[in-house]
Design a protein. Structure first.
Ligand SMILES: [Zn+2]
Length: 303
């Protein structure tokens, strides 16, 4: 890889549970693209219970351990935790301080900020090197990370604001919480969905190359949406569109920290799974969600 060339990062921002794992896998089958998954969660590498999609525990996965060792050899940090703590200071999505600093450009000439930029750059370079792919897909979703990438002189950020109907997101969160014996009230899911999409709108206004994609539109018309993402990111997705049209398998490679789908070896593009919430989410939950997030639903053309 050319060290002087900017690293193209195709970054997905927005709410979780919006279908980014599927997009990560599908785009990762492009010959120039590595689908990295939720790259802000690299600390999972040291969580012994986390399995890579290659079926090895992440810590033993040949690919991820090579990436991490390479990255650590190029930055000043002694270990991954201290390196990732620096990421957290700049791009902590739940930290008002981080947002205010980014918004007003505070501390962006400091040594810490330069170290942060360097650390992020070296991380993506290691990914490019070990995957032997030029472009990295990052589905971290965190909009503040997108803003920080836009400020990085070594990164060529291409941002997709991925939106899915908030009621589908709420249903997915509820289902997941139930499996873990927790509760996820509708009002909380609605607030989360509204706030994260508004923050993503804000960041989108600061980014040069960007697009809004509704997950439902991608499922309905994958060819059209991939062409639009391709125009924005200057990548030719015709090979991927052909694969979808001929119902080919999409291979899943070394994906970490997405949802459970990544544990299969291959997937096929499926058209039918985006509407299940309509029958399953209770009517009371639906109307509460609509009341709490009416203007955001309308903004993204959800009825
Ligand atoms: Zn692996």
């Amino acid at each position: 890889m050319d060290k002087n060339k900017k690293i193209k990062v195709l970054y997905f921002a927005g709410s979780g549970r919006s279908g980014s794992t599927i997009l990560n896998i599908i785009l990762g089958n492009h010959p120039q693209i590595f689908g990295g998954g939720e790259l802000q969660n690299m600390c999972e590498v040291y969580n012994a219970t986390k399995i890579c999609s290659c079926q090895a525990p992440l810590i033993n996965c040949k690919f991820w351990s090579s990436v991490m060792n390479d990255w650590l050899s190029k930055v000043d940090d002694d270990n991954i935790d201290s390196g990732l703590k620096k990421w957290g200071n700049v791009e902590g999505v739940f930290s008002l301080k981080s947002w205010l600093k980014m918004y007003f450009g505070i501390g962006q000439k400091s040594k810490e900020f330069k170290e942060y930029l360097n650390s992020t750059t070296e991380f993506y370079r290691s990914l490019q090197y070990h995957s032997n792919k030029e472009i990295v897909v990052d589905i971290s979703k965190n909009p503040l990370r997108a803003w920080a990438l836009e400020k990085n002189p070594n990164i060529d950020l291409r941002m997709v604001h991925l939106v899915r109907d908030g009621r589908a997101v709420a249903w997915s969160l509820k289902k997941n919480a139930k499996e873990q014996n927790r509760k996820r009230p509708t009002w909380r899911a609605a607030m989360f969905w509204v706030v994260i999409n508004r923050l993503t709108n804000l960041v989108r206004s600061k980014v040069q190359h960007k697009i809004v994609v509704r997950y439902e539109d991608f499922i309905e018309n994958p060819g059209i949406i991939l062409k639009q993402i391709g125009l924005m990111s200057e990548v030719d997705f015709s090979s991927i569109i052909n694969k979808i049209e001929s119902n080919d398998d999409f291979v899943i490679e070394h994906v970490m920290a997405g949802n459970a789908i990544r544990k299969a070896n291959t997937i096929k593009f499926q058209t039918s799974n985006s509407e299940g919430w309509k029958n399953k989410l209770r009517p009371g939950s639906k109307s509460l969600f609509k009341t709490l997030s009416f203007s955001s639903l309308k903004k993204f053309n959800y009825q």
